[in-house]
Design a protein around this ligand. Structure first.
Ligand code: C2E
Ligand code: MG
Ligand code: MG
Length: 726
């Protein structure tokens, strides 16, 4: 379609005026030459030019050469009749105006001329004024006609343009009559809603609105009709033709509808107020808005509700429970050992596991329950309506059950277990915050006592939790307040009958609680992420003390100290140790690091590299508590350690006649790998004897000495003060 260019609106009066002043060509046809020459003088006016001729033949030939505005045509001509000229003009669809002039006084001639298309008829002889008037009139009329034609042409073009704009608009444009029925619809209706527009004409607009929107729309239309509103803009859902709906397609389109009252005429011609409406499809925008809202309230990874939405739902559920005096439960779920998967298999695998976990957790819940992911490996569950607290227990068991089937990992599988804490409303708390926090406290307790289980909150737990928070706060400032102290426990060589080493063991002199052991606070410091600072302090103190003893003549003494697996996550542990040795001028062979088996489990390549670097620098590295963990020979191949420390749990069993095969295995391994062996937790003379018979020479334990302060430990460096084995 060609778009007609819009033209300025036409002013007919001006056009008519201009018509008279415009150049105007007049042809005078008369066989009377005198008359032909006089007429131009009589009719002369600015802009008028005249041609003249005397026959039909000449007339036609002039007309073929050009056009005229007016012909003054004599009726009787030598070669024919003026009517022949009129006939020719009609055939050629010419626009020349014609005034027929004739001496015939017969009325027939006048009628014939006017029928033949002449605009006027003047009879000879005529008065000058008469012909002047006739010319003036005809020219004026034809100018008006011409202006009129031009105007309607422009109007048609303008209407065509506006119709084009309306019909091809991307918006749905329509009008309603006073009854709210469609009186016009543009073709957009087809693409937008799948209706044929002919089908909808005369049908009520309200039928297109979704049922839940109908009352609202009815009210708006009514307000326009009664004049109490001069228009509206609303968001509305329009129904799509259900016969064309494909599977999964939305049943409606959201539009932004602008409506304006529009005066019109009803079917019977009476005045009424209809409506002019423009509806724009905003489904895309709505979808985008929905996605943004979804993202604000959901976890990206699992698509579960997030913390914000969970809290929202919990608050709502609490309000409802209070109204009907009901019970609800909040569960706090933490995945056990999840970090291991992340560290061993990488984050992509960890993410996949979380997604699968979320899915499996979801299967254990009912509609109406909310499972949310708070972040990391932490999930929460809201059971908004339970009859008794025990119902939550049933769900917790279901969850633990559901996880009993292992999850497939890229290579291998993961037996997921979770620690679940449960808080019940109203028993354990009245607010969302209290309930979530108390469920968290209960979960924490499960974690501390061996994981993989569930537990209800109780008030005692809260007291423990508070203690723990206090402990964390105190621990944070312990270094700065200089509350740590190193104790030392001697390692005795039976063959040499003297102390060959000291293990540095950390103590915390708590301002109110007295001395606190590392078993209590080291795991807390690890969780808090401050263990590395403490380790650096231990390293520094151990080196300093060793130098004190070296200065006192104990130049062969070895100093052992413990490192946490977390220290090995830090890349600078090797550098820190080497720097300390250099700073204190200690021969590397006199320092021994104790690491745990669990450390070797994590990120083996990097950790093995660090152990190798320390060994290469000449330090000893011992595996502490050997035999309690995953003791695998392959680790021993990978980690070039120099010493194994037999865990005291094996030593404890050495008081009977039967020797635990694990102990003989460990001594065998040490011999096989050429490793130094130290027995820990030696408390009795019999244990000493058995260990000696198994080939273990170096021992540490209460039998010889309890760990003690540096000053006390110094006494043991004289062999005489140590108990001598039987
Ligand atoms: P560990 O390295 O295996 O240290 C030996 C633990 O056994 C010490 O407990 C020690 O007091 C205790 N022990 C020694 N002889 C006997 C005995 O004959 N019988 C019994 N029942 N126990 C004995 P402690 O000092 O409470 O330390 C506990 C653990 O805390 C240590 O176990 C070590 O893993 C960790 N630890 C100690 N100091 C540090 C430190 O400076 N840094 C780090 N990261 N961990 C430390
Ligand atoms: Mg140790
Ligand atoms: Mg140990």
């Amino acid at each position: 379609m060609v778009i007609p260019a819009e033209q300025p609106f036409f002013d007919p009066a001006a056009a008519a005026r201009n018509g008279l002043e415009l150049p105007c060509r007049i042809l005078v046809v008369d066989d009377d030459a005198a008359l032909r020459r006089t007429l131009p003088h009589v009719l002369a006016q600015a802009g008028r030019t005249f041609d003249e001729c005397g026959t039909v033949g000449e007339t036609l030939s002039l007309l073929q050469q050009g056009s005229y505005d007016l012909i003054l045509l004599d009726y009787r001509l030598p070669d024919g009749n003026g009517l022949a000229v009129l006939e020719w003009l009609a055939q050629q669809h010419r626009e020349e105006a014609v005034i027929m002039i004739s001496g015939e006084d017969a009325i027939d001639a006048a009628i014939g001329a006017l029928r033949g298309g002449a605009d006027d008829f003047v009879r000879k002889p005529y008065h000058v004024a008469q012909i002047q008037r006739a010319v003036q009139n005809v020219l004026h009329r034809t100018a008006l006609e011409r202006a009129n034609r031009a105007m309607s042409q422009r109007l048609r073009a303008s209407e065509k343009l506006h119709r084009y704009l309306v019909e091809s608009s991307p918006d749905l444009i329509f009008t309603l009559d006073g009854e709210g029925r469609f009186s016009y619809l543009n073709p957009r209706i087809d693409a937008l809603l799948g209706f044929d527009r002919g089908q909808l004409l005369k049908r009520p607009f309200i039928l297109l609105a979704m049922p839940e929107d109908q009352d609202r729309i009815q009210a708006l239309l009514h307000a326009c009709r009664t004049g109490s509103s001069d228009g509206f803009n609303v968001e509305l859902r329009l129904r799509r033709n259900r016969h064309i709906l494909q599977d999964g397609e939305a049943a409606f389109v959201t539009v932004s509808l602008n409506g304006m009252p529009m005066p019109g005429r009803g079917d019977a011609g009476e005045r009424d107020i209809g409506l002019y409406g423009v509806a724009r499809d905003i489904s895309e925008r709505k979808r985008a808005e929905e996605i943004i809202t979804f993202q604000a309230y959901h976890d990206q990874l699992t698509r579960l509700p997030n913390r914000v939405l969970f809290r929202d739902r919990l608050e709502l559920a609490i309000a409802q429970a209070q109204r009907r005096a009901g019970t609800l439960a909040v569960m706090f779920i933490d995945v056990d050992r999840f970090k291991l998967v992340n560290d061993t298999y990488g984050h992509a695998e960890g993410d996949a596991l979380l997604r699968n976990l979320a899915e499996r957790l979801g299967t254990t819940l009912r509609r109406g329950d909310t499972l949310a992911r708070l972040g990391g490996d932490e999930f929460t569950v809201l059971l908004p309506d339970i009859a008794r607290a025990e119902d939550a227990e049933t769900i917790a068991r279901k969850i633990i059950d559901a996880l009993s089937t292992p999850f497939a990992l890229r290579d291998g599988e993961f037996r997921a277990s979770v620690s679940i804490g449960i808080a019940i409303h109203p028993r354990d708390g009245a607010t969302a915050e209290d309930l979530t926090q108390h469920a968290d406290v209960a979960m924490y307790k499960v974690k501390r006592s061996g994981k993989n289980g569930f537990r209800f909150f109780d008030a005692d737990l809260n007291a423990h939790h508070r203690q723990r928070i206090t402990l964390e706060n105190d621990l944070r400032s312990a270094l700065a307040r200089d509350e740590f102290e190193l104790y030392f426990q001697p390692q005795v060589s039976l063959a040499r009958r003297c102390v060959v080493g000291m293990e540095a063991l950390l103590r915390w002199n708590h301002p109110t609680q007295g001395q606190v052991g590392p078993a209590v606070f080291v795991p807390v410091a690890e969780e808090m992420g401050i263990i590395s600072e403490i380790s650096l302090w231990v390293l520094e103190q151990a080196c300093r003390q060793l130098n004190v003893w070296r200065a006192a003549g104990h130049t062969e003494l070895r100093m052992s100290f413990n490192l946490s697996p977390h220290d090995f996550d830090r890349c600078d542990v090797v550098a820190a140790v080497l720097a300390a040795i250099a700073r204190h001028g200690i021969p590397p062979g006199q320092l021994e690091l104790e690491i745990t088996e669990s450390m070797m489990m994590q990120d083996t390549d990097a950790a093995a590299g660090k152990v190798r670097a320390l060994r290469a620098a000449g330090l000893s590295v011992a595996i502490d508590d050997f035999g309690t963990g995953y003791s695998s020979l392959s680790y021993l191949q990978k980690f070039p350690v120099s010493c194994l420390k037999i865990d005291r749990s094996f030593v404890r069993e050495l008081n009977g006649p039967v020797i635990n095969p694990v102990i003989s295995a460990i001594t065998g391994i040490a011999r096989g790998f050429g490793l130094h062996l130290i027995a820990e937790g030696v408390e009795q003379a019999e244990q000493v004897a058995v260990l000696r018979s198994l080939g273990c020479d170096t021992m540490q334990g209460y039998y010889f000495a309890h760990p003690a302060s540096a000053r006390d430990a110094e006494r043991w460096l004289q062999t005489a003060t140590l108990p001598t084995p039987a």
